[in-house]
Ligand binder design. Structure first.
Ligand SMILES: NC(=O)c1ccc[n+]([C@@H]2O[C@H](COP(=O)([O-])OP(=O)(O)OC[C@H]3O[C@@H](n4cnc5c(N)ncnc54)[C@H](O)[C@@H]3O)[C@@H](O)[C@H]2O)c1
Length: 385
């Protein structure tokens, strides 16, 4: 039985608790830790984690016997320090997105994982959604042709009071705006499906959230050899209609799933290519549905990796790739100049303090509450439909 501790007992910790609960034949949550110990106890009670103790101090948890793995469900500014401490204490780590506040922190985490021999897996639960996995397989096999143009609509809606929680809305603690906290899901999927771009151009702004220093809207253009990707990242989109659309040499593939294919009339105008469309649809239909999805599926894989029966499907280097892309987007938007990857160690956008110093403060954060009355959250409408 793998002993688990939840570090943080807020909104996403509840999702981890449910996932570990579904895997009760493999693991047991033995501790829940939060700055607010009563909140940790409340989560234990709510989720019926009878073998778990509530703690108010992470060091105390890392010194407890019987803890093999931790889920880091804390604000982004402490992801790196807590992960490194946990790895050095010999624990396997599943760390929530964004993996860390900077590339420098990601590299220190990767080094700590290597030195400890323990597993470090950043959360990317949307990879474990059937439509995303099918579209990825279709692209990877080459059966759906070569991608020419990707459109990614990472469109979310959050009220102004979303930023009233104490750690959100600052470069120091949340470590970014909608690209870091929301579009990171879609950027990870894009990197997973299509790989890293060569160059990035971007614009960011804040149009609707006056209690946040960081961006709530932005557009990035990613250049690949023979392909462009366009990423919109928004917190002001009422319908939260999220999409990844890949236009390939064979047709359209998208999540939510929809396909289309065109062929040319003698004058070059399009008409539907029914045969190609049917082929794409049949290929999609022939691919397997995932048995488990989302956090439960990633946590299942994380536990299997701990006992050595599977390899981790999301590795630390991939969490780093998403942070590198976000840093390139921030750098391009601030310098108003295209940024060529990779971002090296000497770059201001490699380290947290120099990156934060370079970023605009769109607004001053003036309102701060310790906790909201509810921990209920939604995890994206269409990320994996
Ligand atoms: N994968 C997803 O879809 C998803 C969704 C939501 C949030 N997240 C990520 O999860 C992380 C947490 O977000 P959340 O929405 O659960 O936030 P939250 O505010 O609801 O919960 C965070 C908890 O951490 C506690 N905490 C903060 N600093 C601490 C410390 N030093 N020691 C102990 N406890 C501490 C807080 O008191 C709070 O209860 C963030 O990185 C966020 O981006 C991921």
């Amino acid at each position: 039985m793998i002993g688990v501790a939840l570090l943080g007992s807020g909104a996403i910790a509840a999702v981890h608790a449910d996932a570990y609960g579904q895997l009760a034949h493999l693991c047991e949550v033995r501790a829940v830790c939060d700055l607010y110990k009563d909140k940790a106890q409340a989560l234990i009670d709510k989720k019926g984690m009878r073998r778990a103790v509530a703690c108010g101090d992470i060091d105390e948890v890392l010194n407890m016997d019987g803890i093999d793995a931790v889920s880091v469900c804390l604000p982004p500014d402490v992801h790196a320090s807590v992960t490194i401490k946990a790895l050095r204490a010999g624990r396997h780590v599943l760390v929530e997105k964004p993996m860390a506040a900077s590339l420098e922190e990601c590299d220190a985490m990767i080094e700590a994982a290597r030195d400890s021999g323990k597993i470090l897996s950043p959360v990317a639960q949307n990879r474990f959604k059937t439509p995303n996995s099918k579209v990825k397989a279709m692209i990877e096999s080459g059966a759906a042709g070569r991608t020419l143009y990707a459109t990614v609509n990472s469109l979310w809606w959050r009220g102004g009071n979303y930023y009233d929680i104490w750690w959100r809305g600052t470069w120091e603690k949340e470590c970014g705006g909608c690209f870091t906290s929301h579009a990171v899901h879609h950027l990870d999927l894009l990197l997973w499906m299509l790989g890293k771009p060569e160059r990035v151009t971007a614009v960011i702004t804040n149009v609707g959230h006056d209690n946040s220093e960081c961006e709530d809207l932005g557009v990035a253009i990613l250049e690949y050899p023979g392909m462009l990707a366009q990423v919109s990242s928004s917190l002001v989109s009422h319908d939260e209609k999220q999409e990844i659309i890949l236009q390939t040499t064979c047709g359209r593939l998208s999540v939510p799933w929809e396909t289309a294919a065109s062929k040319a009339l003698p004058n070059g105008f399009p008409e539907e290519n029914g045969e190609a469309k049917t082929e794409l649809q049949s290929l999609y239909d022939s691919l397997p549905e995932l048995r488990t999805e989302g956090h439960a599926a990633q946590i299942d894989n994380f536990l299997a990796a701990i006992v050595g029966t599977e390899s981790p499907l999301v590795i630390a280097e991939e969490g780093r790739d998403a942070i590198e892309l976000i840093m390139a987007i921030y750098k391009a938007s601030v310098t108003r100049t295209p940024v060529t990857l990779p971002i090296g160690r000497g770059d201001a956008f490699y380290s947290r303090e120099t990156m934060a110093a370079a970023m605009p403060r769109f607004h001053k954060k003036t309102r701060s509450v310790e906790n909201f009355a509810t921990s209920d959250i939604t995890l994206g409408r269409d990320v994996g439909k």
